[in-house]
Design a binder for this molecule. Structure first.
Ligand code: PMP
Length: 570
C-alpha cells in the first residue's frame, strides 16, 4: 500500500476519533449544571480563594444600604433578642462554650449557621443550646429547663416520634440481652428482618451496614464490580453521605475522578446515560424532588432570598420512569438512596410512593428503630460479592458492627410495628395531613404579611423568603426564642415527626407567626423598593472584594500553617 495513503487514512481515522471524543466531552459538559454546583473542581478552587472577612458591629445592621434609622431599629431588636436568648440559655451557652474548644464538629456547625461575614458576632451574641436534657412527645427540654418543639427531627431518623424509638430500644435491649453484644454471629432477629426487607423493597438480597454512608458506598462498589465500569452519576446538589466519591465538591479535599455530577430532570443527562459506556450506576436521593439541582438548603448559605423549592410529584415520577428506562436498556444500576426518605413517605418508601422500581435501595436512619444502621437491598445479580467461576475476583465488604444484635432487634421491633393499624393509619393520612398543614401555614403567613412561605415534600418543610433580604438567616433565632428547636441548618429544613397532633401543629404555626412578626417589627425585612436578589449578590461580591481580597490577600494554597513548637518536638 502507498505509504502516503496509509498516513492519510490514519490521519483521517485519528481526526474522526478525536472529533468523537470531543463530541462526547461536549455532551458531558452540557449535562452538567451551569452553576458551580455542577462543576466540583472549579467550585473547590474558588472556595480556596475566598478570604474570611467579618462585618464590624457598626456596619453589621446596614450591609444592604438601609438608612441609619432602620439599621438602628435592627440593632435595638438584635440586642433585645440577644438578652432574651442569653438569659434563656445561660447554662446551655456555658456548656456550648466548654465543649466547643474540643469538639471539632461543634466548632464547624457553630461557625456555619449563618453566612460567614456575620458568623462570629452572631455566635457570641445569640446562643442556641447544643446540649439537650430530655425529650418527650414532640418536645425537647434543654439544660436551662426550656421546652421547645422539635423541628430538627433527629436528621430524619425521627419519623414516628421520640417515644416510639425509645420504646423500640428498650424492648430491643431486653430481647437481645440473652445473646448480648456478640458479634460475628447473627442474632435470631436477622431472618425476620431479611424476609420483611425483601418484601418491602421487592428485592432479592440484603446487606447490613453501620450507617447510610456505608450502605451507599457498598451499592456503588458493587455496581462498579459487576458492570466493570468506572463512573457513578449523582445529581447536582444531592447528598448521599460524606464518602468521597459521592461528595466530589467543596467539603472533600481529595480530587474525585470517577463521579459525574449531572443535571437533575434534564434531557442532556438522559443523552449522556444513553451514549457513554463508562457509567456503572445512577444514584437518586428522592428528597431532591423538593429542590432539584440545589444543595440541601442551609441558612449558612442564605446570602439573599433566592432559595427555591417546589415539589412536583408528576414531573419527578415521570423523570424517574425515564431514568428507569434508560438504565434498563444500558445495563446501568439504578440506585435509590432512601436513607433519608425511606419509611417516611410510605411503608414501601420512594419506590412505592413514585411507583418506580430500583435495582438497589439503600435504607438507614429510622430503620434502626433509633440505633445506627445502614441497609442495602438489591437484585441478586448486583448484590453478589464473588463469581463462582472466578473465585479470586471478589468485591469485599465487611464491618465489625454490621449486624449488631441490639440494632437487629431494634430493627425487628421497628419493622413489626410498621404493620400495626396505628402506623398504617398514619401512612394513609400522612400525604393529605401535611399538605393541608403546609397550606394552612402559608395562608397564615400571607395574612400576617410576613415575607415567608414554606415548600414541602410530605412532612419535610423548607422555608422560602419572598422579598430580597440579606438577613433572612436571623429568622432561625427568632424561631428559637419562640421555643422552636431547629437543626444546625436552620430554616433550610423543618423535619416533622408524624406524631404531631393538630393542636401541636397549630401551636407551631402560632409561634412561627410570632417569630415572623417580631423579626418584621425589628426592621430586618426592610428593603429599598427596587432592590433585587441580583443586587444583593452584587453587594456580597463587592463586600468580598473590598473587605476580603483587598484587606487580606488570599494565602497561597500551598502555604502550610506553622507547626506549633511543642508539636514539632513531639
Ligand atoms: N444518604 C442520604 C440521602 C442521607 O440523607 C444521609 C444522611 N443525611 C446519608 C445518605 C448518610 O447517612 P449516615 O449519616 O447514616 O451516614
Amino acid at each position: 500500500m502507498d505509504i502516503s495513503l496509509l498516513i492519510g487514512s490514519s490521519a483521517v481515522l485519528g481526526a474522526v476519533y478525536c472529533a468523537r471524543l470531543a463530541k462526547r466531552r461536549l455532551e458531558l459538559s452540557k449535562a452538567k449544571h451551569p452553576s458551580l454546583r455542577g462543576h466540583s473542581r472549579m467550585a473547590k478552587r474558588l472556595a480556596r480563594l475566598i478570604p474570611n472577612f467579618e462585618y464590624g458591629v457598626e456596619e453589621f445592621f446596614g450591609v444592604d444600604g438601609a438608612p441609619a434609622a432602620v439599621a438602628a431599629q435592627r440593632r435595638t431588636g438584635f440586642e433585645r433578642l440577644a438578652r432574651s436568648l442569653r438569659s434563656r440559655f445561660a447554662k446551655g451557652k456555658a456548656e456550648n462554650d466548654s465543649l466547643r474548644s474540643a469538639v471539632s464538629d461543634m466548632q464547624f456547625t457553630a461557625a456555619y449557621r449563618v453566612p460567614f461575614p456575620f458568623s462570629r458576632y452572631v455566635r457570641e451574641q445569640l446562643p442556641v443550646p447544643a446540649v439537650m436534657l430530655s425529650a418527650e412527645g414532640t418536645q425537647l427540654t434543654d439544660l436551662d429547663g426550656n421546652v421547645a418543639f422539635d423541628l430538627s427531627g433527629s436528621y430524619g431518623v425521627n419519623v414516628f416520634g421520640v417515644d416510639f424509638y425509645r420504646s423500640c430500644i428498650r424492648e430491643a435491649t431486653e430481647r437481645a440481652d440473652t445473646l448480648g453484644p456478640v458479634l460475628g454471629y447473627y442474632h435470631t432477629s436477622t431472618s425476620f428482618n431479611v424476609t420483611r426487607l425483601q418484601e418491602i423493597s421487592q428485592l432479592d438480597e440484603v446487606s447490613f451496614h453501620m450507617s447510610g454512608t456505608e450502605a451507599v458506598m457498598q451499592a456503588v462498589r458493587l455496581a462498579r464490580y459487576h458492570t466493570r465500569r468506572t463512573h457513578l452519576v449523582r445529581f447536582c446538589g444531592a447528598y448521599h453521605g460524606w464518602w468521597g466519591d459521592v461528595q466530589p465538591g467543596v467539603g472533600n479535599p481529595q480530587r474525585v475522578r470517577e463521579t459525574y455530577t449531572l443535571k437533575d430532570i434534564d434531557a442532556d443527562t438522559l443523552h449522556v446515560l444513553e451514549t457513554r459506556n463508562d457509567i456503572a450506576c445512577v444514584l437518586i436521593n428522592p428528597l431532591q424532588a423538593l429542590h432539584p439541582n440545589s444543595d440541601a438548603p442551609s441558612d449558612g448559605q442564605l446570602l439573599g432570598s433566592d432559595r427555591s423549592a417546589r415539589f412536583d410529584y408528576a414531573a419527578y415520577k415521570a423523570w424517574l420512569e425515564r431514568l428507569r428506562d434508560v438504565c434498563t436498556r444500558r445495563s446501568i444500576v439504578l440506585i435509590f438512596d432512601e436513607v433519608f426518605l425511606g419509611f417516611r413517605l410510605a411503608r414501601g418508601g420512594a419506590q412505592e410512593y413514585f411507583g418506580v422500581r430500583a435495582d438497589m435501595v439503600a435504607y438507614g436512619k429510622t430503620l434502626g428503630g433509633g440505633l445506627p444502621v445502614g441497609v442495602l437491598c438489591g437484585k441478586r445479580q448486583w448484590m453478589q460479592r464473588f463469581y463462582r467461576e472466578r473465585p479470586l475476583d471478589i468485591c469485599f465488604a465487611r464491618g465489625t458492627f454490621n449486624t449488631h444484635p441490639y440494632v437487629m432487634t431494634a430493627m425487628q421491633i421497628f419493622l413489626e410495628r410498621l404493620e400495626t393499624p396505628e402506623i398504617q393509619a398514619i401512612y394513609a393520612s400522612s400525604e393529605s395531613t401535611w399538605k393541608r398543614r403546609a397550606e394552612m401555614l402559608n395562608h397564615r403567613l400571607t395574612e400576617a404579611q410576613i415575607p415567608v412561605q414554606v415548600a414541602h415534600l410530605s412532612s419535610i418543610f423548607t422555608v422560602l423568603y419572598s422579598t430580597p433580604c440579606r438577613y433572612n438567616w436571623m429568622f432561625q433565632y427568632y424561631l428559637r426564642e419562640q421555643g422552636l428547636a431547629l437543626g444546625w441548618i436552620g430554616t433550610g429544613r423543618f423535619i416533622f415527626s408524624l406524631n404531631y397532633s393538630e393542636d401541636e401543629f397549630a401551636e407551631v404555626v402560632k409561634r412561627i407567626l410570632a417569630a415572623g412578626l417580631a423579626m418584621k417589627a425589628d426592621g430586618f425585612w426592610w428593603r429599598e423598593d427596587a432592590l433585587t436578589n441580583r443586587d444583593l449578590r452584587q453587594q456580597v461580591l463587592k463586600d468580598l472584594w473590598r473587605r476580603g481580597f483587598r484587606q487580606t490577600p488570599p494565602p497561597s494554597v500551598r502555604q502550610l500553617p506553622p507547626v506549633p513548637a511543642e508539636d514539632a518536638r513531639a
